[in-house]
Design a protein around this ligand. Structure first.
Ligand code: UDP
Ligand code: MG
Length: 333
């Protein structure tokens, strides 16, 4: 399955789906994708479902899907690594001339895929879905997410597109580029922009989640947000320097003021509140700066370990030996 030597001239389209506890939605997903593939026989199709350590019956159901229809493949990760890494595992396993990434919950309608393929045939390498509606989403989350993108946009040199999620078609050349980026702290949305290539968009209406629940809570989203900032920009470090500098200048001016004042009018011991406020303010600022530096140092620490980013347990229901893959990757390069 995972060789890129597609013998006949027919192009092969892979659909890559990371899934975590998605048992409720799998039957609908199976039907919608089968309809799509049957309706477009001019392409060879492959669906690669990456099970990201689900704790429900997702694995068993995905395996059933593979048994029912051999176009559906199933990669079982050894534990939950998070969507970003599940996507990366998927890149290693898809064999198509292009791959479409979509969510399992059908918020990304498979019916849009043919128009993405049409743009790919027009010569684009990276065809991303642009949401014209965001589906059902809490008001605060929507606001915060928009604010975040504006901030990220302003602080990074790489333009990160608004209202664009992970629903996109990538040409083989983009997939190979992404496979070369093997950092543990991943913010794939930024990576898509980072790799460049010829991009265009296809609008789509984001549906509501078909079944089951969202896997993101506020903390997870906050984590992803911090990931996004720290992996693309060192502006927070710069801000810390600027703040440090500004405070020092103020302190120096205050010092001169006190010095002069003491010379002219003398000094009686007072000013305890001012002292407290200054100490607390500076203490807070120091801790904040240390925290920011810590975020970056933590990332250096994790990346220097150079651990494999993920482990695979099974592929299509068979035990998977990591060695095979490593060796085939070596012989590829
Ligand atoms: N997902 C994953 N691993 C995780 C969390 C989520 O593979 O740890 C998958 C999930 O199964 C779905 C996609 O990522 O296919 C998007 O997740 P979800 O729909 O919960 O996010 P939302 O649409 O609410 O942002
Ligand atoms: Mg969703």
């Amino acid at each position: 399955m995972y060789t890129s030597s597609n013998t006949d001239n027919m192009k092969k389209v892979s659909i890559l789906i990371p899934m975590y506890n998605e048992q409720e939605v799998l039957p609908a997903l199976f039907n919608r994708l089968s309809d799509l593939m049957d309706g477009n026989p001019s392409y060879m199709w492959e669906v690669v479902m990456v099970n990201d350590g689900s704790t429900d019956a997702t694995a068993a159901k995905a395996l059933q899907m593979h048994k029912r229809d051999s176009r559906f493949h199933f990669v079982d990760l050894s534990r939950n690594y998070g969507k970003e890494i599940a996507m990366m595992a998927g890149f290693d396993f898809v064999s198509g001339d292009c791959a479409v990434i979509m969510d399992a919950d059908l918020q990304h309608p498979p019916e849009v895929i043919p128009s993405m393929i049409a743009q790919w045939e027009n010569g684009y390498d990276d065809v991303y879905g642009r949401r014209i509606t965001r589906g059902k989403e809490p008001w605060l989350r929507k606001r915060l997410s928009l604010l975040y993108y504006t901030l990220l946009q302003k602080t990074t040199k790489i333009p990160i597109l608004e209202n664009v999620g992970d629903f996109r078609l990538l040409d083989r050349s983009c997939i190979e580029a992404l496979k070369k980026i093997r950092e543990t702290h991943r913010y794939t949305k930024g990576l898509f922009c980072y790799i460049g290539f010829k991009k265009t968009d296809v609008p789509f209406e984001q549906a509501d989640r078909e079944a089951g629940q969202t896997k993101w809570n506020f903390l997870k989203l906050l984590g992803l947000a911090i990931e996004g900032i720290t992996s693309y920009t060192t502006v927070p470090l710069r801000l810390a320097t600027v703040a440090g500098f500004a405070v020092s200048i103020c302190a120096l001016m205050y010092l001169i003021y006190i010095f002069v004042k003491t010379l002219i009018v003398g000094e009686n011991v007072a000013g305890f509140p001012t002292l407290m406020v200054t100490i607390l303010f500076l203490g807070g600022l120091t801790l904040l700066t240390l925290g920011i530096m810590g975020e970056y140092i933590g990332r250096i620490f994790n990346e220097t370990k150079q651990r494999p980013v993920y482990f695979v347990r099974e592929v299509d229901g068979n035990r998977y030996c990591q060695k095979e893959k490593d060796e085939s990757q070596k012989s590829d390069s």
